[in-house]
Design a protein around this ligand. Structure first.
Ligand code: ZN
Length: 236
């Protein structure tokens, strides 16, 4: 498939792959299209009539189909020379992907060992969503990860013992694996406009309902600019 990069030159699109919170598309022979994913919606269109009037980015393929990006909040789309990708200010090509086998407990534990003492003062929530932020984990999946790990969102990183860290690692691994298998959350749409099948255990719909593990009513708090949903009995 070709995309029109300039009016004169057409470039074939190669493989696409995740890199933390970014999606990269190889544009042959030596370019990379970099999409930064925050609150953006990326949609593939077989019919030009479905292209949203309000959009920030549009790619036209030579088979008459399109890719549009609509940003809600923040997002970015850049065309970068492949050779300059390693020095990109935001894309960390050395990021360990949470979806493959190189994300081991040892690699997770090393993150703690590499941190300065003052960095360990941050909350677990902040650590997961912003410290190794290039992972691409946001507030949405964080809630279920902390529930599975039985960790309160306000716990400080320095207070985690080895058991907590093991549960946190397995929480991340389990939730990410299941989310990928389900095609994302049921509140989000995929490239073809279809909702995912991952139903969060802990989200705004679960406030006041019984915890699936112990029956205690699920609570919500505002914390560090986001809303957290948790079981006050299971998560400490
Ligand atoms: Zn509970």
């Amino acid at each position: 498939m070709n995309i029109t990069v300039s009016r004169r030159r057409k470039k074939p699109i190669g493989e696409s792959y995740p890199c933390g919170s970014f999606i990269l598309y190889n544009v042959e022979p030596a370019l990379v299209l970099v999409f930064g994913c925050g609150g953006e919606r990326i949609t593939y269109h077989r019919d030009s009539l479905t292209i949203p009037a309000k959009r920030q980015f549009l790619l036209e393929f030579d088979d008459g189909t399109y890719l549009s990006i609509t940003v809600q909040g923040w997002g970015s789309a850049q065309l970068v020379e492949s050779g300059k990708l390693p020095s990109h200010p935001h894309v960390d090509t050395g990021t360990i992907s949470l979806v493959n086998e190189e994300f081991t407990y040892e690699s997770f534990d090393r993150l703690f060992a590499d941190m300065a003492p003052k960095e360990l003062k941050v909350s677990v929530r902040q650590f997961i969503t912003s410290k190794p932020g290039s992972w691409g984990l946001g507030n949405g999946y964080l809630q279920d990860i902390l529930f599975q790990a039985r960790i309160h969102p306000q716990r400080k990183l320095r207070d985690l013992n080895d058991d907590d860290k093991h549960r946190l690692y397995h929480g991340i691994r389990g939730v990410v694996k299941q989310a990928v298998a389900c095609g994302g959350r049921d509140t989000e749409l995929d490239l073809y406009g279809q909702p995912g099948r991952y139903r969060c255990i802990m989200d705004r719909r679960s406030v006041g309902t019984p915890c699936p593990s112990c029956g205690t009513s699920i609570e919500k708090i505002s914390f560090q600019g986001g809303t957290c949903y948790f079981c006050p009995a299971c998560q400490r």
